[in-house]
Design a protein around this ligand. Structure first.
Ligand code: R1P
Ligand code: URA
Length: 287
């Protein structure tokens, strides 16, 4: 079995993985990811017992029990560049033997649920909605560095989207579906739609403050796409990377979005914490 080099998989002197600062025994098989590190205790305050509190940089982890279920909550920070780090290191923690630096013969699939914040691009999705992403559509570059194995359904939907977006130059989107199992178990009654993952918050999400925006009618281009019962519902900065890397590595992923903004009504919530709290409670009740 080929040994992973010290440069490819970086393990700290205490045996923990480089950025997450975690030992293999520190994480559960069910993982909640949040962007904001201050959201980690907002999730773990509902745990009956917390057994691990560790972190480094923006990557904070709490592991504990909700009843008999062991759960980890991990902050990713903002953006798919951080998702690259978090997902590769979570996967290494369960699927690589850190003693021998070899890939384990039997691979584990984690259940990974993001609880994030997002802006809606459809008129009928108001602030306060808790929305599950059926697909993540990445407008960033992360997945162009990985081999992907997309289904015929994903390829067909992406082709329709690409022809719709012909006016956005230089962007080559990627698209991956949510885990069907997690959609059914956690999101059966939630609003649903395709989530666009942008490589920024301002112009990459169609916002203009002082720097001029090169893509005109960005929100209208997104919300006018329709194919069968698929439409684009919201914008944020991690979901597409999460769905695509989870699939590449053999894990199940679902993204649950607390809708804080209506981009078509030009509104942003004055009470975002209340909406995030509702998303956290809804997900935890269903795990
Ligand atoms: O609230 P989180 O989970 O960070 O998610 C959203 O909020 C951040 C931008 O404000 C981006 O990370 C975006 O994806
Ligand atoms: O509009 C929004 C709101 C939250 N997070 C985003 O990335 N965009």
């Amino acid at each position: 079995m080929q040994k992973l080099s010290e440069a490819d998989l970086v393990i700290n002197p205490d045996g923990s993985v480089y950025h997450l600062n975690l030992l293999p025994e520190d994480i559960a098989d069910t993982i909640i990811t949040v962007g904001d590190l201050d959201r980690v205790p907002e999730v773990s305050k509902y745990f009956d017992k917390i057994e691990v509190k560790k972190g480094k940089r923006e990557f904070i982890t709490h592991t504990g029990y909700l009843g008999k279920k062991r759960i980890s909550v991990v902050s990713t920070g903002i953006g798919t560049d951080n998702i690259d780090i978090v997902f590769n290191e979570l996967d290494a923690l369960v699927n690589v033997d850190f003693e021998t630096r070899t890939i384990k013969p039997t691979l584990k699939s984690l259940d990974i649920i993001r609880i994030g914040t997002s802006g809606a691009v459809q008129e009928d999705i108001p602030m306060g909605t808790i929305l599950a992403s059926t697909y993540g559509l990445g407008l960033d570059a992360l997945m162009h560095y990985y081999e992907q194995n997309n289904s015929a359904e994903e390829k067909n939907l992406l082709a329709r989207i690409n022809s719709h977006f012909s006016k956005i130059e230089g962007i080559s989107p990627y698209l991956t579906a949510a885990s069907n199992k997690l959609l059914e178990n956690i999101a059966h009654d939630m609003a649903k739609g395709i989530t666009v993952t942008a490589p920024g918050f301002y112009a990459p999400q169609g916002r203009q403050v002082r720097a001029k925006n090169a893509v005109s009618n960005f929100i209208a281009q997104l919300n006018s796409f329709k194919f069968e019962n698929n439409r684009i519902t919201n914008l944020e900065m991690e979901t597409a990377g999460i769905y695509a890397l989870a699939k590449t590595l053999g894990h199940n992923a679902l993204s649950v979005n607390a809708i804080l903004a209506s981009r078509v009504k030009f509104e942003f919530s004055s009470n975002p914490n209340q909406i995030v709290e509702k998303a956290i409670k809804t997900v935890l009740e269903r795990l």
